[in-house]
Design a protein around this ligand. Structure first.
Ligand code: NAD
Ligand code: UD1
Length: 336
């Protein structure tokens, strides 16, 4: 009995593979390496001491997926594969609808035709849109603000419709807040291509000397120090949240669950913690706000604790320490 992990070579997928293997599960990675490197798969094997089966393929290829699901006797799917850059999604919306929506559709059809009904989906806090109240609870109104967010919402809707049509399905929709950090070994971590869009990879590249300084997008928000506030979660905690969700799939249903810490941190607090844990200076300047950014958001985490028996354990200092350990050992990512 095996778990298919689409996008398993990527940032969150690779850490999730490690946790599933460590818990005694068999996994098979399915990835087209569009935004990842096969070296990540070797590193997962190095951490776990186990050979990790990996199939190169595209989630839009339904016949190939069906063959892989059958060949490996899969009983569940954890679905990470997709495109995730918000800015790019506004420039290339069709690529996002095709990869994320059409890809998820092909994957679900492949599962249905193979009689596999357990599914964990990578959603995002972005589906909540402008906060009507904080912390976001799972029943906060949903409103996507860009094509990337709309793909996540469309897939969530598709999953709710699917369960309503056939109660054999067990579906966990996991809404991630801001994943950062790396495995404590420093062997796997986030390896963005080109100029990073997200805060932690940008800070990291400034600290390793790949970029001159950080631009802080906005210093005039109504937050405690004027900079944006987010709920950063260690990627290993997040990966363990998937393991807890896998156990939860024993019960049929379709349930959306926040995976965050419940704590908001400002950009300046993240910079300060990173400098402290890495002993590096992170030069920055405050520039105008980035279009589409929200001032502040963070998760209500009670539901995750109640349903999954899971909560995040690692604090911002550990997130920064492990990010720096990965980055200082792999200053050019996997292409060292
Ligand atoms: P990532 O880009 O590191 O991983 C995605 C993986 O999917 C990559 O290995 C990529 O090569 C693969 N992939 C992309 N398209 C594919 C396709 N058509 N067929 C097969 N493989 C394909 O991203 P990540 O940060 O690990 O994110 C994983 C998932 O979590 C994504 O769905 C993303 O939208 C979601 N998510 C991420 C964040 C975040 O901040 N990282 C936040 C919320 C949600
Ligand atoms: C972004 C995405 C969101 C996605 C999330 C996690 C946008 C508008 N939203 O959210 O959909 O779910 O990533 O992948 O892109 N910041 C800087 N300088 C930088 C980078 C970021 O000051 O160079 C600030 C931002 O203004 C924000 C905070 O750092 O206040 C976090 O930014 P980021 O890591 O991009 O995540 P989100 O904006 O939360």
């Amino acid at each position: 009995m095996t778990v298919l992990i689409t996008g398993g070579a990527g940032f969150i997928g690779s850490h999730t593979c490690v946790e599933f293997i460590a818990a005694g599960h068999d996994v098979v990675i399915y990835d087209n390496f569009e935004n990842s490197n096969p070296i990540a798969v070797e590193r997962i094997a190095a951490i776990t001491g186990k050979t990790v089966p990996c199939v190169t393929g595209d989630i839009r290829d339904q016949p190939h997926l069906e063959a892989v699901l059958q060949d490996y006797n899969c009983q569940a799917v954890v679905h990470f594969a997709g495109l995730k850059a918000v800015g790019e999604s506004a420039v290339k919306p069709l690529a996002y609808y095709e990869n994320n929506v059409q890809g998820s559709l092909a994957l679900l059809k492949a599962m249905q035709s193979c009689g596999i009904y357990k599914f964990i989906f990578s959603s995002s806090a972005t589906v909540y849109g402008t906060p009507e109240f904080l912390p976001y609870t799972e029943d906060h109104p949903l409103q996507a603000m860009n094509p990337y967010g709309r793909t996540k919402l469309m897939i969530e809707d598709m999953l709710r419709d699917l369960y309503a049509s056939d109660p054999k399905w067990s579906i966990a929709i996991l809404r991630y807040f801001n994943p950062v950090g790396a495995h404590e070994s420093g062997l796997i971590g986030e390896d963005p291509q080109g100029i990073p869009n997200n805060l932690m990879p940008f800070i990291t590249q400034v600290a390793t000397g790949r970029r001159e300084k950080l631009s802080i997008f906005g210093g005039d928000y109504e937050t405690r120090d004027g900079t944006g506030v987010r709920d950063y979660i260690h990627v290993v905690d997040l990966a363990q949240g998937h393991l807890a969700a896998y156990d939860f799939l024993k019960i049929p249903g379709c349930t959306a669950i926040n995976l965050g810490t419940g704590q908001g941190q400002s950009v300046l607090e993240v910079v300060g913690a990173f400098e402290h844990m890495s002993n590096q200076k992170v030069p920055y300047e405050i520039v105008p706000r980035r279009a589409g950014d929200l001032p502040e958001f963070y998760a209500q985490t009670d539901f995750a604790q109640k349903t999954l028996g899971w909560r995040a354990k690692k604090d911002l200092r550990e997130m920064c320490k492990d990010t720096w350990n990965w980055a200082s050992k792999n200053p050019q990512g996997y292409e060292n």
